[in-house]
Design a protein around this ligand. Structure first.
Ligand code: NAP
Length: 248
């Protein structure tokens, strides 16, 4: 599915969906750079798991909103590996509050991490991939970015909707350089992010999912790996939904 010696960066690879993506890409022979912001121990755990399973990985600390740190992460990657085949942008946060009670900082921080951070890492990746004339980017959006409608998440859905239009537009810029860009829109997935939703609200959504359960991070990772791989060589500029059939 990937060429010999392929290298990937997974932002937010320390936990949740990013972690599952890192493990799955490594299982397909890709060296994975596991990016994290604060969870150094978790990122090291991911690397240890990958190595125990016979794969290859390393950690890279960088807050995706920090332009200098992001630049340094890619500079180090270029000097160590000299190539970048795959970028998966999974770093993301929620800061839920109804709009009238939402501080400007909560709104700005969510856009900053989810959207601006995606811009920064994609720009660095594109500089390498355009030079190589090869590469694949998968941005993790959300079904809420397509459908909206979740009270308390105006900031989050705005960021996730922006990721979709950003990815489609970057795909158009990148296509002449043989670089593909796609977005994945998961529904409810069992991670720390959804565990933070009050139980009553979470159970209410869960009972409405057509497949009758939340998704597992590995189920999103399967899709991401496919889109990132050469098996998806004719797919770019699209958004693929994985949401258990959505809410009834
Ligand atoms: P999670 O378990 O809370 O993990 C979030 C990840 O993002 C962590 O690895 C975290 O790293 C990283 N991160 C946060 N802020 C960062 C920053 N400033 N710089 C670098 N990394 C940062 O969340 P998740 O559920 O796996 O979500 C992953 C992605 O999927 C997000 O973009 C989310 O919006 C999207 N998504 C999730 C769901 C769902 O139901 N879970 C549904 C749709 C879309 P540290 O631990 O180091 O902070």
């Amino acid at each position: 599915m990937f060429s010999e010696g392929a290298v990937a960066v997974v932002t937010g690879g320390s936990r949740g969906i990013g972690r599952a993506v890192a493990v799955d890409l490594a299982a397909h022979g890709v060296h994975v750079v596991v990016n994290y912001s604060r969870s150094e121990d978790k990122a090291k755990e991911v690397v240890a798991q990958i190595e125990a399973e016979g794969g290859s990985a390393s950690t890279a600390q960088a807050d995706v909103t920090d332009e200098a740190a992001v630049h340094e992460m890619f500079r180090a990657l270029r000097s160590e590996h000299g190539r970048l085949d795959v970028l998966v942008t999974s770093a993301g946060v929620t800061r839920d509050r109804h709009l009238i009670a939402m501080s400007a900082d909560m709104f700005r921080e969510t856009l900053d991490i989810n959207m601006f951070g995606t811009f920064l890492v994609c720009r660095e990746a594109m500089r390498i991939m355009q030079h190589q004339q090869r590469g694949s980017i998968v941005a993790i959006s959300s079904t809420s970015g397509l459908d909206g409608g979740f009270p308390g998440q105006t900031n989050y859905v705005a960021s996730k909707g922006a990721i979709i239009s950003f990815s489609k537009t970057l795909a158009a810029e990148a296509a002449p350089h043989n670089v593909r860009v796609n977005a994945v829109a998961p529904g409810f997935v069992e991670t720390d992010m959804t565990r933070a939703i009050p139980l009553k609200i979470r159970s209410g959504y869960e009972s409405r999912i057509r497949l009758g359960r939340m998704g597992r991070p590995e189920e999103i990772a399967n899709l991401v790996t496919f889109l990132a791989s050469e098996k998806a060589s004719y797919i770019t500029g699209t958004v693929v939904v994985a949401n258990g059939g959505g809410l009834a």
